[in-house]
Design a binder for this molecule. Structure first.
Ligand SMILES: Nc1ncnc2c1ncn2[C@@H]1O[C@H](COP(=O)(O)OP(=O)(O)O)[C@@H](O)[C@H]1O
Ligand SMILES: [Mg+2]
Length: 500
């Protein structure tokens, strides 16, 4: 299966023009990029250059030669645009935000549509959000202006590298790392991130790379419901879950051009379900470093916090496609099905969100890998887990003894403890029924005790804390049995041996 080349934003605008829609709405975060694209079109679209003007609610139409002095009001501005002679391109930046409570402006625009049609005059509105009143949808042509693709990002990074790091710029290996890490940013943001990091320290090394990641994290948070998750966790940070690790390792090169060209199937998705605190979310966080793909977490709480969850959800899926190849992480996906409530049903929007998601999973052509996790698995409908939707469904159980040993090792290492001083078998036996998160807290509490007594962490500290804690699983034995029997035929175990 070959993936069709996505149609780039500028090309979509050109197509809209060929279809001669006089009113065009560009949904984009990047006003300045849209502006440049239009300036170019104004130069080339007709046999000779035609006027191009930009309106804002603060400055009106400063570029329009014989316009009256004050064109800040939208009605006046539209009149001026309509009266301008001949063909031309008119970008109105703040117009979308005004439409909601200005029926007069909506009326004017609808009339303008008829007056402009076939005259070679185009009015373009731009906004990151879709703020189009229902009754205008017929007249307005909507363009989804994608984020820059890989080639555009690579090109921008090579230019920025020369600007900030001198003539040689970035080595191609370094540029590759940056492209992977920063894809999903707009060009404006790329420039901003580069200037922030490299103006201070004009060299590329692990420290500045980390700063780039931190900056990107910061800026992608603003974008709403998708959060960029930097590649900071590796498989070595997970104790146990060997089946799952193998699965991930075997697929680490499937998103490369070579694999796609060789016709290998591109993985669609992975569902991990089971006990909480056992490393499901942690496992997802290892994918970006292992597969060398950017990871975006879709926060369902934020989705349900927006005024139109369905639209935000859909928009987030579309955005990830524009960022492909990428990994989309939907943590606690049962939220998408129940809206976070124990008893599902009732709200039709929830059903629609869920079916939107299933259809998208089925039809998506872009290289987006979905990594989903679920804790309350009894809330997942059977059709969701049905074979074929996800490449694999893993059941993540409480760690068995071998795994608890490995988890202790991971967290003791994090506390810089000398592992040879610990009897890992004893610790593992003493923590039957504890999950990974609990083992982590035990080690941390022990480390704090030792620190306060100004001595290195030792085994006694750890076993004392173990004696004083009760594993959550003790209090929910029945629930755990139910989860296990439910998962038995539906998923394979993420661990190599069964739990003890
Ligand atoms: N198998 C594990 N190996 C190492 N640490 C673990 C493991 N499982 C859980 N932890 C620790 O507990 C924290 C919470 O685990 P998480 O992955 O969020 O659990 P969940 O399965 O609920 O998504 C992790 O960030 C990690 O520090
Ligand atoms: Mg989790």
């Amino acid at each position: 299966m070959s993936t069709p080349a996505p149609v780039r934003g500028a090309e979509r605008i050109r197509r809209a023009l060929l279809g001669s829609y006089p009113l065009i709405y560009v949904q984009s975060w990047e006003e300045s990029r849209v502006e440049r694209a239009l300036a170019v079109l104004a130069q080339k679209y007709y046999e000779r250059p035609v006027p191009f003007a930009v309106w804002t609610c603060v400055d009106g139409w400063p570029g329009l030669g014989d316009a009256p002095a004050d064109t800040r009001g939208p009605l006046r501005a539209l009149d001026v645009m309509l009266q301008a002679p001949g063909p031309g391109f008119f970008l109105m930046k703040d117009l979308p935000a005004l439409l909601a409570d200005r029926p007069d402006v909506v009326r004017k625009l609808r009339d303008a549509y008829r007056l402009m049609k076939g005259k070679g005059k185009f009015l373009v509105m731009v906004s990151p959000r879709l703020l189009l009143p229902e009754d205008m949808k017929k007249e307005v042509f909507l363009v989804d202006y994608d984020l820059p693709d890989e080639a555009e990002v690579r090109n921008a990074i090579s230019i920025l590298g020369k600007r900030y790091l001198g003539e040689g710029g970035l080595s191609s290996a370094d540029a590759d790392r940056i492209v992977t890490a920063l894809r999903g940013q707009t060009l404006d943001e790329l420039e901003h991130v580069f200037s922030k990091v490299f103006a201070r320290t004009p060299r590329f090394d692990e420290t500045t790379f980390d700063e780039l990641l931190a900056e990107k994290e910061q800026s992608s948070r603003k974008e709403g419901v998708l959060e960029y998750v930097p590649p900071r966790v590796t498989l070595d940070d997970i104790g146990g879950l060997d089946n799952l690790k193998d699965w991930l390792r075997k697929r680490q090169n499937l998103f490369t051009r070579e694999a796609v060209e060789a016709g290998l199937p591109v993985p669609k998705g992975l569902l991990m379900m089971g006990m909480s605190g056992c490393g499901k979310s942690l496992s997802v966080k290892t994918i970006p470093a292992l597969w060398n793909l950017p990871l975006f977490r879709l926060d369902m709480n934020l989705v349900f916090g927006t005024s139109n969850p369905e639209a935000s959800f859909h928009r987030a899926l579309k955005t990830t496609e524009a960022l492909a190849p990428a990994v989309l992480w939907i943590d606690e996906i049962e939220m998408a099905i129940t809206g976070g409530r124990e008893a599902g049903g009732g709200d039709p929007a929830l059903g629609r969100i869920f079916s939107t998601f299933l259809t998208w999973m089925q039809e998506k052509e872009a290289l987006v890998f979905v990594a989903a996790t679920a804790n309350r698995i009894h809330l997942l409908p059977a059709e969701f887990i049905r074979k074929g939707r996800f490449d694999q469904v893993f059941f993540v159980d409480l760690p068995n003894e071998t795994e608890r040993k490995a988890i202790f090792a991971v967290h003791l290492r994090k506390q810089k403890a000398d592992l040879s001083k610990f009897d890992a078998v004893f610790l593992a036996k003493a923590t039957k029924g504890y999950n990974g998160a609990e083992i982590e807290s035990i080690v941390q509490a022990a480390a704090i005790d030792a620190f306060n007594e100004k001595r290195p962490l030792d085994e006694d500290d750890v076993s004392r804390v173990i004696t004083n804690t009760v594993a959550l699983s003790r209090t929910m034995d029945d629930q755990i049995k139910a989860i296990k029997s439910w998962a038995h035929n539906r998923a394979i175990s993420a661990s190599r041996e069964s739990a003890t």
